[in-house]
Design a protein around this ligand. Structure first.
Ligand SMILES: [Zn+2]
Length: 244
């Protein structure tokens, strides 16, 4: 697929609802990744995003981050106030939410249809999310029976909705003895942790209760889906639970 160069500013406006530039061309993978990173940072702080925070998140230099922010601004995806930080425009949020939705649908497709283990699908989806069009992703979603969560428990929301889980979910390692609830999602950022959880039978949708918390950072004894586990703080930070 021929992608337009990222500094091409000839198509400033998107075609509404598709996450595409006017003329139907997709944005470059880099533009989509920056929009996604800005979106995640905005969601967690609800403040304009400082260039340094964006650079840290993407593990790039501050000058590269500010170059790309200028690019996003020229494409109509972000506004940048010097000294105050960057914010996505409505068009920029559309692009970010579109990529996130495609990523999660692709993860479902890779696990459910192609039977690729859940510890491998995140990296594959990071690549494919830029290559699969919204049209193909929506057809995948229909063929999968319209799932509402990806294999790691992340919500597959409508393109114009934000994730509903912010503020509702807590990391398991913050729970006290006696707390009960449901395991809603696990972080997909560390494949080796996903492999470990899969081997232990830990996955989204299971009941969780904390039996005891051990002193000296030794973790928690936790019953998950009827099986007892010792969960150390490093693992507990990757498991997100909702109280009932
Ligand atoms: Zn993922």
């Amino acid at each position: 697929m021929a992608l337009p160069p990222s500094d091409d500013t000839s198509n400033r406006q998107r075609t509404p609802g598709t996450g595409l530039r006017r003329g139907g061309l997709p944005f470059t993978p880099a533009v989509e990744d920056y929009a996604k990173a800005l979106y995640r940072l905005e969601q967690s702080t609800h403040d304009p995003v400082a260039t340094g925070a964006l650079a840290a998140r993407l593990e790039i230099s501050a000058p590269s981050a500010s170059n790309m922010l200028r690019n996003l601004e020229q494409l109509g995806l972000a506004t940048v106030a010097p000294g105050r930080g960057a914010r996505l425009t409505a068009a920029g949020r559309d692009v970010a939410r579109g990529v996130i939705r495609r990523h999660r649908i692709i993860e479902c497709f890779l696990t459910d249809i192609l039977h690729i283990p859940w510890d491998c699908v995140h990296e594959e989806a990071d690549l494919l999310e830029h290559a699969v069009s919204a049209r193909v992703a929506e057809a995948m979603w229909e063929a999968l029976g319209r799932p509402d969560r990806d294999p790691h428990g992340d919500p597959i929301t409508a393109v114009d909705d934000d994730d509903p889980d912010f503020g509702v979910l807590e990391a398991l390692d913050t729970w006290e003895a006696g707390a009960t609830g449901v395991l809603v999602r696990v972080s997909d950022a560390r494949p080796e942790a996903l492999r470990y959880m899969a081997a232990q039978g830990i996955s989204p949708g299971l009941d969780v209760s904390v039996l005891s918390t051990e002193p000296f950072g030794a973790g928690q004894r936790v019953r998950i889906g009827g099986l007892d586990h010792m969960v150390g703080p490093e693992l507990g930070r990757l498991i997100f639970v909702q109280r009932i």
